[in-house]
Design a protein around this ligand. Structure first.
Ligand SMILES: Cc1cc2nc3c(=O)[nH]c(=O)nc-3n(C[C@H](O)[C@H](O)[C@H](O)COP(=O)(O)OP(=O)(O)OC[C@H]3O[C@@H](n4cnc5c(N)ncnc54)[C@H](O)[C@@H]3O)c2cc1C
Length: 610
């Protein structure tokens, strides 16, 4: 069947209309009054991305005008939590601008809770402020919609386009409309990728009918990584996957419980277990365990060891706090504002937190650059602050000319969260506009041969299905094609068993990783035979392609870093200790799309702040 091709020209193309993408779209208009700014989103920006369901707290706010925190404090905090390894220039850059972003959110109508005594924003913890955030995303989307020349919803971007004369210069993107199947060619002078993080690359704890329930949004399908990787951008810290301690079975957040309700954890016998593991952790990671606050991965580690020692389950002690009616309300509202599923799980399991202390568990690993870990693309830093080695172009430009990123896409800067991701979108947009304006005559060229080639590849799974289904005699399994769900389950199993997922207690080693890479290569070969029944499955097919490439990158990085830097996130059993002498550095990779080979290298960590 022939597909209509739609051409869209723009100065700035924003891929992904989540927090980073909305920030980028909004700010592009501010600096580029006369530019054509296009945002393309695979869902609908009204309710897309990780904030779709709403949030109960903004996790990154300095409060500088009340002298609560300074940007330097936030850099120290993130550096400590990441066991020493963050891009301090990028983190500082976000921290110094994030308050202005939050003030805009309030201006646009976001209800932020106030402390009745001080009149300041109600703090949940040192960095978090509490919001009534059910409508957080529609509100942010409205600002982007008004700023954009056009928003294209329901278009899944599958590949970036490169300039036909300069192989390292981005020229746009291609994708397809997931509702009517039209093929889209976006030509742009600069592209900002803000396509979210990666869930469902490791086998989730939730299986069967509950499989769609993961901690990170199930639709975060690793495009943020696969798109730049395929374009030849360098990636960093992709081994730094995140594992979350969360309420069991619903992945309900624990932040408000720990910080605001002051609940605490204990083992099955009512004992505090964290202190018990302190000495053994010190033997693994040295002094990092004595830092305050104790890095998140180390707290995970204590929980995991306690469960392995047979003293699980670990419970959150809620019975005391929930006696206070105010705290009880906050406890429930926390879920109703952002993770309704947890309230439903408790109801279905007869758990009233006033009567029963609910169980906690650790999640499967996720890959992301905006929450408490920092995987993503290697980006140029701010001119006034980044060390020379971190500056090769414009702020937040990747190692590909004209390609920028924000939010989960950009590596090295953990703890930006929703407000920091929007802020980073703004920072990237300001630089992208400058890039476009300073090169007014630079119009990248898109080759017709290239987008025609991609068009054929993109729709091939529909063709594979159309022909292959004739061989099915019963059920859904065909000898000629692989369904996206089956491919996904195969990926999750490989990552789980070989790259440090839940079933191996997050543990791996060189032989396992090497075998994992072999199996991933075989899976990649089979992806040519993906079969898609309809456009929805075609989207699933391309999400799987992106997840597989990002997973390969994660595996390569995990193999390269010969140490256990973040116990509680993953363990290299053959290098069981933190090794600051050889590995106090960033890991970088670059994928060569022609040969399929990965090049790995180290990059120095500069400590700019004392
Ligand atoms: C469970 C959970 C709880 C959180 N809690 C908090 C909290 O309490 N406070 C806080 O401040 N932050 C919180 N965060 C973090 C916050 O949501 C993220 O930091 C932020 O959303 C990241 O922004 P982003 O733009 O990188 O990704 P997203 O906001 O996820 O946006 C990515 C967008 O890209 C689109 N997209 C993806 N692939 C494609 C493609 N191929 N083509 C086109 N479009 C595509 C997606 O549909 C999506 O709209 C939480 C996140 C999660 C998952």
């Amino acid at each position: 069947m022939s597909r209509r091709t739609v051409f869209v020209d723009s100065d700035i193309l924003v891929v992904g209309g989540g927090m980073g993408g909305c920030g980028a779209t909004y700010e592009s208009r501010y600096w580029g009054r006369d530019l054509k700014i296009v945002c393309v989103e695979k869902a609908n920006i009204e309710r897309s991305g990780a904030v779709a369901q709403g949030l109960y707290a903004i996790n990154c706010y300095m409060g500088m005008h009340w002298n609560e925190n300074q940007p330097e404090d936030h850099v120290r905090y993130a550096r400590n939590d990441l066991m020493g390894l963050v891009r301090e220039d990028l983190g500082y850059d976000i921290a110094r601008h994030v308050d202005a972003t939050v003030h805009k959110f309030e201006e646009w109508g976001l209800p932020i809770m106030k402390d009745p005594k001080t009149g300041r924003y109600q703090r949940e913890g040192k960095w978090q402020i509490m919001i009534h955030g059910e409508s957080y995303k529609p509100l942010v989307a409205e600002a982007a919609r008004k700023a954009a020349s056009a928003v294209y919803n329901r278009i899944m971007v599958t590949h970036l386009l490169m300039d036909s004369k300069r192989p390292n210069r981005v020229a746009g993107a291609v994708g397809f409309n997931v509702r009517n199947g039209d093929f889209y060619v976006f030509r742009a002078k600069a592209v900002i990728v803000a396509a979210g993080g990666a869930s469902h690359i490791f086998k989730p704890r939730a299986v069967g009918e509950g499989m769609g329930r993961t901690w990170y949004a199930p639709w975060s399908s690793a495009s943020a990584y696969a798109l730049p990787i395929l374009a030849g951008a360098k990636m960093t810290q992709m081994e730094n996957r995140i594992v979350l301690t969360r309420f069991k079975d619903g992945y309900g957040p624990v932040g408000a419980y720990f910080l605001h309700l002051k609940t605490y954890t204990q083992n099955a016998y009512g004992q505090d277990y964290e202190a018990f593991w302190r000495d053994s952790i010190e033997r693994m990671v040295g002094d990092y365990v004595n830092h305050h606050p104790v890095p998140t991965c180390l707290r995970n580690h204590a929980l995991l060891e306690e469960v392995k020692a047979g003293r699980g389950p670990i419970r959150m002690v809620t019975k005391e706090a929930f006696k206070d009616p105010h705290k009880e309300t906050v406890g429930w509202e926390n879920f109703l504002g952002m993770t309704i599923g947890q309230a439903v799980v408790w109801a279905s399991q007869n758990i009233d937190p006033k009567e029963i202390n609910p169980e906690l568990t650790t999640s499967e690993p996720y890959v992301m650059g905006s929450h408490a870990t920092c995987s993503g693309a290697w980006a140029s830093g701010p001119e006034d602050y980044a060390p020379a080695e971190y500056q090769w172009g414009y702020n937040r430009m990747m190692t590909v000319e004209g390609l920028f990123g924000a939010g989960d896409t950009i590596g090295g800067t953990a703890h930006k969260f929703s407000s920091g991701s929007f802020t980073e979108g703004r920072i990237a947009a300001k630089a992208a506009v400058k890039y476009v304006m300073e090169r007014s005559s630079d119009q990248p060229e898109v080759s017709e041969t290239e987008y025609t080639r991609l068009k054929k590849i993109i729709y091939q799974p529909l063709e594979n299905y159309r022909i292959g289904r004739n061989e099915i005699v019963a059920g859904t399994v065909s000898p000629s094609y692989l369904l996206p769900l089956h491919g996904l389950q195969r990926l999750e199993k490989i990552m789980d068993e070989y790259v440090g997922g839940i079933s191996s207690h997050y543990t791996t080693n060189e032989p396992l990783l090497t075998r994992g890479l072999e199996l991933l290569t075989m899976l990649k070969e089979d992806l040519d035979y993906l079969g898609a029944e309809d456009l929805h499955q075609l989207q699933r097919a391309w999400e799987l392609q992106h997840r597989v490439l990002a997973s390969e990158c994660v595996t390569q990085h995990t193999l390269f870093r010969q140490e256990t830097r973040w116990p509680g996130y993953y363990y290299r059993a053959d290098h069981p200790k933190l090794d600051d002498k050889d590995w106090h550095c960033f890991t970088l990779s670059r994928y060569d799309r022609d040969s399929g080979r990965w090049q790995m290298e180290k990059a120095p960590v500069y400590h700019i702040i004392d």
